[in-house]
Design a protein around this ligand. Structure first.
Ligand SMILES: NC(=O)c1ccc[n+]([C@@H]2O[C@H](COP(=O)([O-])OP(=O)(O)OC[C@H]3O[C@@H](n4cnc5c(N)ncnc54)[C@H](O)[C@@H]3O)[C@@H](O)[C@H]2O)c1
Length: 327
């Protein structure tokens, strides 16, 4: 049994903890850390497997009751918590992003590189969970089948219902970073350029937040992404993607529903009440990601889809190109 300690018991930390206990074989959550001790104790009571409750992440990481660590603290704390995790020597799954700016992302990525070289193995993984989502996995399969010809461009939306405390740069480093990761993964290419555009400001967002954001990003292989990111949207949580190929269009709808559109078959996505955050839509991805991580720890066999520090840095480099294009 791999005993897991979770840092941060907000939406993601609590979600990971529940998924581990309910869906991941050979793993359970034994420790929780959060500066909000009420959250810790509420979640510990719900889980029923927690023996260490603390407000101190370092205490959790060094506890003899913890074999592996999930970092689900706020973005600006990831660098500090990654350093503590490396000192503890334990396998770690850190939520995206690796850092909130490029300088920090490069520094921590190179520290992880040296640390893993010293250990002779991969120890730190990152939570780019769309790689484990049934919809994106199917997208990869359909594209690689060649049935629809070459992929040409992607139209995507990523819209949060609420994003308390987010900054204009954060629309790239916190929200659109998933797009940079997943389409780089899907098309096996790196991002070359990002340009942002701003339609009229939304009154649903603070006046100093550049929200919504529209951006056009180009991969080195020419495939182009036209996307929008919304931090505070009025229509619930909404992620959608359409990959336009030479002989058909492949689409993942807001509920993860997959549709293929060709001249022979024009599928339509279903409707319904939207979710208010990402947990339900991406539940399968989080569970698959956690299972892959635990299996990697158990077997020592690296899963090529589980994001590394290099993948996380690549995503931040793209987000930085986006941030540099904020006007
Ligand atoms: N992969 C994904 O799909 C996905 C989705 C949402 C969020 N995230 C990432 O997960 C992380 C957490 O996001 P969230 O939505 O759960 O945020 P949240 O605000 O709901 O939770 C963060 C928690 O961290 C706690 N915290 C603050 N300072 C701390 C400290 N010093 N030590 C320990 N805990 C501390 C807070 O009290 C809070 O409970 C963020 O980095 C976010 O970008 C990833």
């Amino acid at each position: 049994m791999i005993r897991i300690g979770v840092i941060g018991t907000g939406i993601m930390g609590a979600g990971h903890a529940r998924f581990i206990n309910e869906h991941v074989e050979n793993a359970e959550v034994t420790a929780l850390a959060d500066i909000d001790l009420q959250r810790v104790s509420d979640l510990a009571e719900e889980l029923g497997t927690v023996t260490l409750q603390t407000s101190n992440p370092e205490e959790l990481m060094n506890s003899a009751d913890v074999d592996a660590i999930v970092i689900a603290s706020p973005d600006p704390l990831h660098v500090e918590h990654l350093r503590l995790a490396m000192s503890s020597g334990k396998p770690t799954l850190c939520e995206k992003p690796i850092a909130t700016n490029l300088e920090d992302a490069r520094a921590i990525s190179s520290e992880i590189q040296k640390y893993e070289e010293g250990k002779g193995k991969k120890v730190i993984s990152f939570g780019f969970m769309r790689r484990f989502d049934p919809g994106y996995m199917r997208l990869r399969e359909e594209i690689n089948s060649g049935n629809y010809g070459k992929p040409l461009y992607v139209k995507a939306v990523v819209r949060n219902h609420q994003s308390p405390g987010i900054t204009s740069t954060g629309l790239f480093t916190n929200i659109a970073i998933h797009d940079f990761d997943i389409y780089g993964w899907l098309f096996q290419s790196e991002w070359e350029s990002v340009t942002s555009f701003y339609p009229p400001h939304s009154g649903s967002s603070p006046s100093d937040l550049k929200d919504p954001l529209i951006f056009v990003a180009k991969l080195k292989n020419g495939i182009t992404l036209v996307a929008d990111a919304i931090a505070n949207g009025t229509a619930g949580y909404d992620t959608r993607v359409e990959v336009v190929c030479e002989r058909g269009n492949l689409e993942i709808g807001p509920f993860g529903d997959f549709a293929i559109r060709t001249t022979e078959n024009f599928e339509v996505n279903r409707g319904g009440v939207p979710d208010l955050n990402w947990m339900k839509k991406f539940e399968r991805s989080y569970i698959n990601e956690l299972r892959a991580w635990v299996k990697e720890i158990e077997t020592g066999v690296v899963n090529p889809d589980l994001a590394t520090h290099k993948d996380a840095l690549t995503a931040n480099e793209s987000a930085a190109m986006g941030a540099a294009s904020i006007s």
